[in-house]
Design a protein around this ligand. Structure first.
Ligand code: NAP
Length: 536
């Protein structure tokens, strides 16, 4: 049974009078559970506990933190079908999708556990002293990454598990050695409570400090703002709207004595270049592949392909018609929540109402059922260049075809693109050679470049880059998916002439953690003083 309380570290509290309920777009009614909005005192208590916990948690060994992450994964699995059902009802996402997302979430936690065991994320670099160097001696310099401090995480509407309470932001911050305070998403409060209780159990079982994790309920304008402005919070992880992300970013810079980073993943329409040779060779398959990607998860993915650049030739009209026919066959499907459903209908109308934009296909509005249908619109490259409103995100299964006259027109148009999470090229080998310059322009605008695939589907791995130039994210040089996401919550410290006994293990001469380190410019696992060997 759901109790509707806030988790202030290991304590549960629900002193506030105001309650929230989770609405189900599947059952079209509020679900059981009254969730108490955290009071200002409760918010403050959670952050103070996180601050106190940082002192001990940041000093835990990599093995201890890895055991904690593994235990969270185990406890989430222990929740069983109750978690799957509640998340399905709260988001409208099919149970199979939620089951897959749970696998991704626990897989992500376990991947970070492995990353911790490896330890290379601390990026240890040692420049040994050169006392005899002329004209000046060189000091002994040893640098590594250390945790930044308590992190506020905003759960995302579109991934109730993988980008929420125990999602990638939480996993990477905990792996880094940072306590986490989660702002639950108001659309999936029951899912949040189940997962938060799993994290607390795991923390207690593995001996983590009280305050290493808290989860709070409330509105963004109150709870979210109080978190981002609290002096003890040192970084923020966010996935959501451009407006929400920018509001947090502004508060983090303007309304605090000490500005902090807000790693916000916000808005991306993920351009796809569908090149002419590919259309001539494979029109049916490309249309089917694109249609499936545009409508996957009712288009509610940050990597949804919302923009298709096509060179206008004799095959174009037939191809656009094939794509339109494929989209028309996809039945209406339930969206995540009321707000996202009505936002989709209005964003779609705004796009279709722009000058020079024609609807190729528009499914019926099914707003009353909280369902959405796909749409395909079309415009010219010249019109696209002149109207930046055509780059506004339509969060749902809608895509805009931009017809370009030739390679030069395509290249010029791509130069007007805003920053994106992904860019995709669908082309034959000849296409790729002929349009290489356009692809180069697109590369400057994106975090991930996909060849002959689709942008939806983001692997959780070491090399993944899920980020991109503004406005896709606030910091183009970080990813929010994969092990490199840990870097958002670390900062470098250099120890100069520090005695061995006061150095962290990662930087000691003897290399007790057996880390790969860069010693005097050479990668090695050897102790300092032994002959270095490049042994990756
Ligand atoms: P959202 O409105 O940005 O909300 C995300 C989280 O931020 C919520 O917890 C919200 O709290 C909080 N928040 C919003 N404005 C805030 C502010 N000014 N100060 C502090 N906190 C604030 O996003 P959403 O509800 O998840 O979805 C709405 C739209 O976001 C979608 O229609 C879509 O356009 C976009 N979206 C994009 C992605 C993506 O990956 N690109 C993913 C999800 C959503 P409250 O809700 O409690 O106010």
């Amino acid at each position: 049974m759901l109790l509707g309380h806030n988790f202030i570290g290991f304590e549960t509290r629900s002193a506030g009078d105001k309650k929230l309920q989770a609405f189900s777009t599947v059952q079209k009614e509020n679900l059981p559970g009254d969730f108490a909005i955290a009071t200002a005192d409760e918010i403050s208590a959670a952050v103070q506990k996180a601050k106190a916990a940082f002192e001990t948690y940041s000093q835990t060994s990599f093995a201890e933190r890895a055991a904690f992450l593994e235990a969270i994964a185990d406890e989430i699995m222990e929740l069983g079908d109750a978690l799957i059902l509640r998340a399905h009802l709260e988001t409208g996402l099919p149970e199979a999708r939620i089951t897959g997302e749970r696998g991704r979430t626990v897989g992500q936690l376990r991947l970070f556990a492995t990353h911790l065991q490896d330890g290379s994320f601390v990026d240890a670099i040692i420049d040994t002293a050169m006392p005899d160097r002329k004209p000046l001696p060189r000091a002994d310099l040893r640098r590594m990454m250390v945790p930044i401090g308590p992190v506020a995480v905003f759960a995302a509407s579109n991934f109730p598990l993988a980008f929420s309470t125990a999602g990638g932001d939480t996993a990477s911050a905990l792996a880094a050695g940072c306590p986490v305070v989660v702002k639950a998403h108001s659309a999936h409060l029951g899912t949040n409570e189940l997962v938060a209780s799993a994290i607390i159990k795991a923390a207690q079982k593995t001996g983590m400090p009280d305050g290493v994790f808290s989860s709070l309920i409330g509105e963004g304008s109150v709870l979210g703002q109080q978190l981002v402005k609290h002096p003890a919070i040192k970084a923020v992880g966010f996935t959501g709207s451009f407006r929400g992300g920018m509001a947090l970013m502004k508060s983090a810079v303007n309304d605090r004595e000490e500005p902090i980073p807000v790693y916000a993943e916000m808005s991306s329409i993920n351009p796809v270049l569908v090149l002419p040779g590919k259309i001539a060779a494979d029109a049916d398959a490309v249309a089917a592949q694109l249609s499936a990607s545009i409508t996957l998860g009712v288009g509610q993915f940050c990597t949804n392909p919302g923009l298709l650049f096509i060179i206008n030739d004799s095959n174009t009209e037939a191809f656009v018609q094939k794509l339109s026919n494929a989209l028309a066959q996809v039945p209406a499907a339930t969206m995540l929540n009321k707000t996202i459903c009505s936002a989709y209908q209005s964003e779609r109308q705004q796009l279709l109402g722009q000058p020079g934009v024609q609807a190729v296909f528009q499914g019926e509005e099914a707003g009353a059922d909280y369902k959405a249908t796909a749409s395909l619109a079309q415009t010219t490259a010249e019109n696209f260049r002149q109207n930046s409103a055509l780059q506004n995100e339509v969060f749902g299964p809608t895509s805009l075809v931009v017809l370009c006259n030739d390679a030069a027109d395509l290249k010029e148009t791509l130069a007007h693109l805003h920053g994106q999470l992904t860019g995709t090229v669908m082309g034959t080998p000849d296409d790729l050679a002929q349009f290489h310059n356009s692809v180069e322009v697109m590369t400057q605008k994106v975090g991930r470049l996909i060849y002959n695939g689709v942008p939806t589907g983001v692997e959780v791995s070491h090399a993944m880059m899920h980020g991109g130039p503004f406005p896709a994210t606030t910091f183009a040089h970080f990813t929010s998916v994969g092990t490199e996401a840990i870097n958002r919550f670390l900062r470098p410290v250099c120890y100069q002439d520090c005695p061995q006994e006061f150095l962290p293990d990662a930087l000691k001469d003897s290399n007790p953690l057996h880390l790969m380190r860069k010693v005097d410019g050479v990668f090695t696992r050897n102790a300092v003083g032994r002959v270095a060997a490049v042994s990756l």
